[in-house]
Design a protein around this ligand. Structure first.
Ligand code: GLU
Length: 424
């Protein structure tokens, strides 16, 4: 098998190499034939577009945009849209593959996709972001739709971005199509509970992981890397469960309070200042040190590749709950496993977002809104079921939770592929 199928010639180690290595392990465990491995290693469809932007000062800038659809065997492709200067084709390929496994693992009827634009949203006005979003949408319009590929928010995008995508798509179709995106504003058919869904799922599996290791929330401590869509809610929900959240970071810096950070007060500070830095209820911390603090639970909830070969030997947490996609490199993962650290993999830990995206898509397609309590209850049900599937499979086959989660997901995708058959 060409182990780098779907990868570019780049020798630099990045998320795609991690995703491919995880797939290779699952394929080996499942004794899957080389041809099927190759099929899963390669995205079904990739679209690269130039996104020209008329800037507020009248000049023109052009950004690279991508949409990668990794798999459709279990249903329409599904996955977020990321605005970040770190976006490139290989990163989007990795994130699309992880979406396929995530959707299969939590058993929502989707394949996997991801999109990105290589742009720093903080450098642009709201008007410029709207024009970039609408132009990107119109470039990828032929390959998205409620039954084809359904974008959602990711790093650097939010519910406003989804509203613009929905509107651009709807104008082109001549009628409103709410099911083309998820993570929409509630007023446009977004689901109650979607905004906090990923965080809720992260906190829920963190508590299940703690229980499995005999840790009581009220005597446990945590550090959270990232205070955005995932980290902020996760920190709040962990604190509400009694966990002492000692450290939090964002792109600008980190803070530390040995007796715990007041997340509500920190939230108000961040809403005012735009960063956790300078919060008067904690002391400054070197962001790199957050990962190796003496705490029970570490929640990386920012970007890929932050737990590496270099810092993994120094991680002191006994549980790592991956709120971000791909925060642990393959080499770091092996080190953590050897050291007995329980790693709850991204495709399980952060699946709450896409689970409620699925609920939103169902509600949008039926034009019927569920109660928030109903959404949260069904979310917890799905997360709990996936957790037990992974724990049981890992136990039965002597695998890590990541190997078990990926293997279960790959097996489900292959089962769907097998039942549909290969066309022609
Ligand atoms: N971007 C989120 C993720 O990585 C959500 C994807 C979705 O809801 O489609 O899981």
């Amino acid at each position: 098998m060409n182990a780098s199928a779907g990868a570019s010639a780049s020798a630099v180690h990045g998320p795609l190499q991690d995703a491919q290595a995880q797939l290779a392990e699952a394929v080996e465990h499942l004794k899957c034939p080389p041809g099927l491995h190759e099929m899963l290693a390669m995205p079904r469809r990739e679209l690269m577009v130039a996104v020209p932007l008329r800037r507020d000062d009248g000049s023109t800038a052009v950004y690279s945009g991508y949409r990668v659809q990794h798999n459709f065997s279990r249903g329409p492709a599904k996955g977020g849209l990321r605005f970040s200067t770190a976006v490139d084709l290989d990163e989007v390929r990795a994130l699309a593959m992880w979406m396929t496994w995530k959707c299969a693992l939590v058993d929502v009827p989707y394949g996997g996709a991801k999109g990105g634009v290589a742009i720093e949203p903080r450098d642009h006005s709201i008007g410029e972001l709207e024009r970039v979003t609408r132009r990107y949408t119109s470039e990828i319009l032929p390959i998205i739709g409620p039954g084809t590929d359904v974008p959602a928010p990711d790093i650097g995008t939010d519910e406003q971005t989804m509203a613009w995508i929905m509107d651009t798509f709807s104008v082109a179709k001549g009628h409103t199509v709410p099911g083309v995106v998820t993570g929409k504003p509630i007023a446009l058919g977004g689901s109650l509970g979607r905004a906090s869904a990923t965080s809720r799922g992260v906190a829920h599996v963190a508590l299940m992981a703690m229980a499995s290791r005999g840790l009581e929330p009220t005597t446990a401590s945590a550090a959270v890397q990232g205070f955005g869509k995932v980290g902020r809610g996760a920190a709040r929900l962990l604190a509400e469960s009694g966990v002492t959240v000692r450290a939090i970071s964002d792109v600008d810096g980190a803070i530390f309070a040995p007796d715990g950070i007041d997340i509500t007060r920190l939230g108000a500070h961040v809403d005012r200042e735009g960063t956790v830095v300078g919060f008067d209820g904690a002391q400054p911390l070197d962001p790199a040190d957050l990962l190796t603090l003496d705490i029970d639970v570490l929640v990386p909830a920012a970007i890929e590749g932050v737990i590496t070969e270099a810092n993994a030997p120094h991680v002191r947490a006994s549980i790592v709950v991956e709120g971000a996609n791909g925060p642990t490199t393959q080499a770091a993962d092996a080190i953590l496993t050897d050291r007995g650290v329980l790693v709850v993999p991204d495709i399980l830990a952060n699946a709450g977002g896409v689970i409620v995206s699925y609920f939103e898509w169902v509600q949008s397609n039926q034009a019927y809104q569920w109660r928030e309590s109903e959404v949260n209850e069904r979310l917890e049900e799905k997360m709990t079921a996936a957790w037990h599937d992974v724990v049981d499979y890992a136990g039965a086959h002597g695998l890590t939770y990541r190997q078990a989660a990926t293997s279960l997901a790959v097996r489900r995708v292959l089962e769907a592929h097998d039942l549909r058959g290969l066309y022609p």
